[in-house]
Design a protein around this ligand. Sequence first.
Ligand SMILES: Nc1ncnc2c1ncn2[C@@H]1O[C@H](COP(=O)(O)OP(=O)(O)OP(=O)(O)O)[C@@H](O)[C@H]1O
Ligand SMILES: [Mg+2]
Length: 320
Amino acid sequence: MTTTYAVLSEGLEKRFGDVHALRGLDLAVAEGTVCGVLGRNGAGKTTAVRVLTTLTAPDGGSARIAGHDVVREAGAVRAAIGVTGQSASVDGELSGRQNLRLFARLLKYRGEVARTRADELLERFELTDAADRPARTYSGGMRRRLDLAASLLARPQVLFLDEPTTGLDPHSRNQIWAAVRELAGRGTTVLLTTQYLEEADQLADDIVLVDSGRAAHSGSPAELKARIGSYAEVVVAHASALGPAAAVLDQLTGTEPVLDHERRTVGAVTTDPSLTLPRIVRELDAAGAAAIDASLRPPTLDEVFLRLTGRGTPIKETAA
Ligand SMILES: Nc1ncnc2c1ncn2[C@@H]1O[C@H](COP(=O)(O)OP(=O)(O)OP(=O)(O)O)[C@@H](O)[C@H]1O
Ligand SMILES: [Mg+2]
């Protein structure tokens, strides 16, 4: 069986004056899957979404969405997609209910059906109480939910979500996650951008790590986690214990520990799934470097970047 790609881009380039936002971005998202585009501020995520959704033309390379070229067949691309941007696309002067009914009518639902669908979605996203106030009075999370409700109405073939949960509380975030899962379950291909490793891990079949406008790494969440491992960190009571603690971590993880003298911490990345926190604590005790705190946790996004791109510091928003 050959894979059909709902999103396929090759060598996408985009410049804004001196800023080279996309530098040969390759993406391949199989139909019916969820792709998480993970990247820090300024990595090029929004620019990629804008190019793929025909909102801005690329300077080079090519992209096809549901088989249609984003430049030459922009109309066909638009008919196949839904977009929820980093800033909401609903009309602030209209109420939530009016917005959804308007979208429904634009989608050629009949009057009665449009009203029912709009009401169902308001209920589903817990917007019923606020349904008749202007959307401009909604909180950020409510707007985002309304935006996604509008996307669900359309049932697009390919849905683009640009940082759908940034700044949301856990409850709203869970609602968005559930909606994404439901859409994916119904066969919609979803490309979502995020700065959260956990979000990509929760939702995506495949993750593309974008760094400086390029795909720096791609694979399943399991592959990504296996490559980056976990981060072991211990806090010692006295600075004199830092050296022995570092030696223990070095030996247990096989990676070079990072010392922070001010915080009296030693940390190291480990890709050994059998390494446990009790074992680390025991070995530290045995070495006479008792820890006052110890943790084994998933790496932060910065640590992921450090590991997979060799650069841990945030990208400067300037051209290289
Ligand atoms: N219209 C524009 N004019 C000039 N520069 C731009 C424009 N849009 C984006 N850029 C620049 O292109 C680069 C990539 O920006 P982009 O918005 O795609 O990043 P992002 O990954 O979405 O970041 P964030 O996580 O902050 O949303 C940045 O350096 C940004 O300043
Ligand atoms: Mg962005």
